[in-house]
Design a protein around this ligand. Structure first.
Ligand code: NAD
Length: 314
């Protein structure tokens, strides 16, 4: 049987990560970019990264780095990319107009089987697929960075996305070893960012009001809540934290949850509050200077690799 083809549009950070995930599972991957030079760089980076992971014993999939690399090729022609693709993963910059133009072009080229999934972190799929003739084949499949080490993918349909497109994407994500969740309908921020922003708003308030430093507020997650959340979600955590399970938990603590929640105050204006932003930036940069971000990202990735191994045991 011939290999199934995956098209990747945009060969930057996220496009390259998807290429690695699909090639690790044995798919034939073709990457498209408007910049020829970007594709050359992407292939060079992929070669380095796949061999580095192989040497460390952290390569995904059952085939060797060289074989995975041989499954990835590039094109600067969009029609060539679309031809015979089972799935196209769109990874162009987060600019709505750019995505809208691209989806109109794809709309002209698609045939019946191809699903187009956007990696977008912010745009609901209806914003760029409305009015297109192949709109039922378009949805969001949002990864978390770095996708190679974090398995969650949020699948978000537009109101007109077909059930078949959702199901095909879900099975594909499972096939490549990712862990999809499917939203029943689109919503601003999907699920991950809605939850992440709720946390960011509250840590912002705690620092802005001088109650905790940046180091301490982050410790609440990294040395506390986050350790449980690496295994359990917040509802299962609650379920385990009362003798009679989650219903008992909310009967016992629901009043307290409402009372504390009533004290949160307004949503911080994180873009306009220059004073708090300067303070948070100063403290963050004392912890990790800007020139040390690359090194710290490498520590994060190594930690996630080890955590993935640990999670397999549970
Ligand atoms: P990036 O800037 O690293 O890469 C974008 C690539 O798209 C570049 O190679 C660029 O040349 C190419 N490109 C630009 N216009 C194009 C076009 N019209 N056709 C084809 N290629 C084009 O961006 P990224 O960080 O990889 O982000 C890509 C998408 O993934 C965005 O929608 C972003 O929101 C989403 N995402 C990013 C992250 C993250 O942490 N970076 C996490 C999750 C999702």
């Amino acid at each position: 049987m011939s290999r199934q083809k995956i098209g990747i549009v945009g060969s930057g950070l996220i496009g390259r990560a998807w290429a690695m995930l699909f090639a690790a599972a044995g798919y034939w991957v073709q990457m498209y970019d408007i910049l020829d030079t970007q594709l050359t760089t992407a292939l060079q980076e992929l070669e380095k990264e796949l061999h580095r992971l192989e040497e460390k014993g952290s390569l995904r999939g059952k085939i060797r780095a060289a074989e995975q690399l041989a499954l990835i090729d590039v094109t600067t022609k969009l029609d060539e990319l679309v031809k015979d693709a089972l799935h196209i993963q769109e990874c162009v910059p987060e600019v709505l107009q750019l995505k809208q133009t691209l989806y109109s072009q794809l709309d002209e080229l698609l045939d019946g089987i191809t699903v187009v999934a956007s990696s977008t972190s912010t745009f609901m799929p209806s914003l760029y697929s409305e009015g297109l003739s192949r709109k039922e084949q378009m949805l969001v499949a949002h990864p978390l960075n770095p996708p190679y080490f974090i398995p969650l993918v949020e699948i978000v349909p537009a109101p007109w996305t077909s059930k078949e497109a959702v199901e095909q994407t879900k099975s594909l994500m499972l096939n490549i070893g990712q862990r999809p969740v499917t939203l029943n309908r689109e919503i601003e921020g999907f699920a991950t960012n809605r939850i992440q922003y709720a946390i960011l708003n509250e840590v912002w308030r705690l620092v802005a009001s001088g109650i905790l430093t940046v180091a301490d507020v982050d410790r609440v997650l990294s040395q506390g809540l986050g350790l449980r959340y690496a295994l359990l979600g917040s509802l299962e955590t609650a379920h385990l934290n009362a003798p009679g399970g989650v219903a008992d938990y909310f009967h016992r603590f629901g009043g307290e949850i409402s009372a504390v929640s009533a004290t949160y105050g307004a949503t911080p204006n994180t873009r306009e509050d220059a004073v708090t932003l300067a303070e948070i930036a100063k403290q963050c940069e004392e912890l990790v200077p800007i020139e040390g971000l690359g090194e710290r990202r490498a520590v994060r990735d190594e930690f996630l690799i080890q955590l993935a191994k640990l999670k397999k045991q549970f």
